[in-house]
Ligand binder design. Structure first.
Ligand SMILES: NC(=O)c1ccc[n+]([C@@H]2O[C@H](COP(=O)([O-])OP(=O)(O)OC[C@H]3O[C@@H](n4cnc5c(N)ncnc54)[C@H](O)[C@@H]3O)[C@@H](O)[C@H]2O)c1
Length: 335
């Protein structure tokens, strides 16, 4: 029997997920698709051979012919629709963030903890990227000694017109917060946020530079630069007491000519993290088929943690002060 999934929201991310499920995830059938733009839903349904187009996300979640749900609609819809999936006891892969605010994340955490079964995975796909997986393994095994520092760089070509400096922290950086927690296997205890004084004072989106202290004693720095101009460039380096592990560019080729060597940069995250999205979706489907939770997957609690760190980062940016990240009590379910 194949796993019958429903997809809510088929814009940039949802249509990419639909293509991945249709082409690269064995044992999955796309049963239903829903989008506020019905023509878009129909076009994607035709392209991936989906059986049905649902009239609302709620109808899709309630559909008996849908076993599990992928949410790729806008951020504000994630928590209410995840709660609807929990009420229907259906596994859900929810694109990040679980919710823009940590209070809404905690509502999902509480509902799942009450159910006593982990059904919610958050789309922090970098946990499946081979480079971060290798860094986590090195941090654990001691190959480069005791982990001391993690450098993270996140650059986009250009920010869309609706983007703001605060969104660099609230919308883009949660990927960095989650991967720092994942690689170091630690919560983050405090955060300070800086912006370069040299930045154009009129700029709508300024770069942000964050310094976090992990509960397990490491330092993490994160450069967010949403208007880097040259390409989508995400990289990291784990510094240990006896060596370092740095991510190499995942480019397939280097062109050498006219006394110069060059490598191409992707335009955005879809090609840069194509392997991670594929491995994430395969792991999610496999875990559901075997009645488990994907081992490396981000839980609802991880989704809450990323939003909580982002909120603390926004407070640190506003105050110019170092801000403690208060996490509260983690329910047993996520131990
Ligand atoms: N994991 C990642 O790397 C990553 C990257 C980019 C975006 N995202 C997240 O993915 C989500 C989608 O982002 P996107 O870039 O695809 O956005 P998008 O605007 O391209 O797509 C969103 C789609 O949802 C539809 N929609 C809006 N309201 C809806 C509703 N109530 N019910 C059903 N459909 C609705 C829209 O019509 C649109 O087709 C966001 O939450 C975003 O934060 C994750």
């Amino acid at each position: 029997m194949s796993l019958r999934i429903g997809i809510v929201g088929v814009g940039i991310m949802g249509s990419d997920h639909a293509r991945i499920f249709a082409n690269d995830v064995p044992g999955v059938e796309i049963a239903s698709i829903c989008d506020a733009d019905v023509a878009r839903a129909k076009a994607v349904a035709d392209a991936v051979g989906a059986r049905d187009v649902a009239e609302s996300p709620e109808a899709l979640i309630a559909d008996k012919a849908v076993d599990a749900v992928l949410l790729a609609s806008p951020d504000a819809t994630h928590a209410p629709l995840t709660l609807a999936c929990l009420a229907a006891r259906k596994p859900v892969l929810c694109e990040k963030p679980l919710a823009p605010g940590s209070t809404d994340c905690l509502e999902v955490v509480a509902a799942e903890a009450k159910l006593g079964s982990r059904l919610v995975q958050i789309g922090f796909m970098r946990r499946y990227d081979p480079a971060y997986v290798a860094m986590k393994a090195a941090a654990k095994s001691g190959t480069i000694g005791r982990p001391l520092m993690l450098h993270c760089v996140h650059r986009n070509v250009s920010a869309p017109p609706w983007f703001t400096s605060n969104m660099a922290i609230a919308n883009s950086a949660p990927h960095e917060f989650d991967i720092a927690r994942f690689v170091l296997d630690s919560d983050m205890a405090e955060i300070t946020v800086f912006q370069p004084e040299a930045a154009d004072p009129q700029a709508r989106v300024k770069p942000v530079f964050m310094v976090l202290r992990a509960s397990s004693g490491q330092l993490v720095d994160v450069e967010m630069n949403n208007n880097a101009g040259y390409g989508y460039d995400v990289k990291g380096e784990l510094v240990g007491s006896t060596g370092t592990m740095a991510m190499r560019s995942p480019a397939h080729v280097e062109t050498n000519r006219a006394l110069t060597g060059s490598i191409p940069f992707p335009e955005d995250w879809r090609s840069r993290f194509a392997e991670a999205y594929r491995l994430q979706n395969q792991a999610w489907a496999r875990a559901i088929a075997s009645g488990t939770f994907a081992r490396e997957g981000a839980s609802a609690w991880d989704g809450y943690a990323a939003s909580r760190i982002a909120e603390s980062g926004l407070a640190a940016l506003a105050s110019g002060e170092r801000v403690k990240i208060e996490m509260g009590v983690r329910p047993e379910l996520y131990a």
